[in-house]
Design a protein around this ligand. Structure first.
Ligand SMILES: *[C@@H]1O[C@H](CO)[C@@H](O)[C@H](O)[C@H]1NC(C)=O
Ligand SMILES: *[C@@H]1O[C@H](CO)[C@@H](O)[C@H](O)[C@H]1NC(C)=O
Ligand SMILES: *[C@@H]1O[C@H](CO)[C@@H](O)[C@H](O)[C@H]1NC(C)=O
Ligand SMILES: *[C@@H]1O[C@H](CO)[C@@H](O)[C@H](O)[C@H]1NC(C)=O
Ligand SMILES: *[C@@H]1O[C@H](CO)[C@@H](O)[C@H](O)[C@H]1NC(C)=O
Length: 224
């Protein structure tokens, strides 16, 4: 492939990523922004992307290539704190593989938390019926089941908020879920009992945190 072609494809990719993140980015930079000391001079199409974009992802060159989607998935997951968990969560999402956008990624990450919370709930239910655990531990596990239910209610509320375009409610419901999972662990901590569901709680919090990170990819650009 001649260098000129590959660099114009590179530019197309950059424009595409910018349009995914911020449709107006190419025509309307934030006014009064002082945070761009390294702004490229106009007309230099082959300069590196601005610093808020990943350095040099190996760019997908053609949307019809099978690894085009996986590069974009990697791009989104690179913006989360638990990127391995993010990649794993999106692995089987046909909607994301078909069209990896912030919205499909968020929806798939929320779906993955949903599935994982149900798994955690049945795990806790199993343990709460296990006579090897003392009565207090089993009682605390029942409390965890209750807060998992609260988390699932909050997740439904977040989904509904997305449907009606209420981003404030969406964000507070997702944040509430992180507290819900923490409440389960707090119960064990209060009685100095080692939580048998600690790993689950931590994973669920990380997965919810990843949802918020995808949401915050936009906020970084908008809040200037
Ligand atoms: C996705 O990006 C678009 C365009 O920047 C933005 O309007 C929308 O709010 C974003 N969605 C999410 C879930 O962050
Ligand atoms: C994601 O991050 C990894 C490690 O920092 C980097 O090698 C890769 O190019 C990034 N991918 C994308 C698509 O940004
Ligand atoms: C998704 O995970 C399955 C099994 O866990 C694996 O076989 C497959 O290669 C993964 N796909 C991608 C795109 O990573
Ligand atoms: C993805 O699908 C494979 C095979 O269907 C399954 O083994 C794996 O657990 C799934 N991964 C996730 C994260 O759901
Ligand atoms: C709970 O126990 C049932 C019956 O023993 C088992 O089939 C299931 O896999 C267990 N669930 C979890 C999450 O451990």
């Amino acid at each position: 492939m001649p260098p000129a072609t590959s660099s114009s494809l590179h530019l197309l990719l950059l424009l595409f990523i910018l349009s995914v993140l911020h449709p107006s980015a190419s025509i309307c930079l934030p006014r009064g922004s002082t945070s761009s000391p390294s702004s490229p001079p106009p007309g230099t199409s082959s300069t590196p992307p601005p610093s808020h974009l990943p350095g040099h992802p190996s760019p997908p060159t053609d949307p019809s290539l099978p690894n085009y989607a996986s590069h974009l998935i990697e791009f989104f997951c690179n913006h989360t704190d638990f990127s391995d968990l993010c990649l794993k969560s999106l692995n089987n999402s046909s909607a994301v593989l078909k069209s990896p956008t912030n919205s499909t990624v968020l929806a798939a990450l929320m779906k993955a938390v949903d599935v994982k919370t149900h798994d955690a709930r049945s795990f806790a239910q199993n343990l709460s019926a296990d006579p090897h655990f003392d009565a207090k531990t089993r009682e605390l596990l029942h409390d965890c089941i209750d807060v998992y239910d609260d988390a699932l209610d909050n997740l439904e509320a977040a989904k509904e908020a997305i449907r009606v375009g209420d981003i404030g409610t969406r964000d507070s419901m997702l944040s509430a879920m992180i507290s819900n999972f923490g409440t389960c662990e707090d119960g064990f901590a209060e009685f100095s009992i080692k939580s048998p569901v600690e790993d689950w709680s931590e994973t669920l919090q990380s997965m919810t945190d990843n949802c918020l990170a995808i949401i915050n990819m936009n906020r970084i650009h908008d809040d200037y």
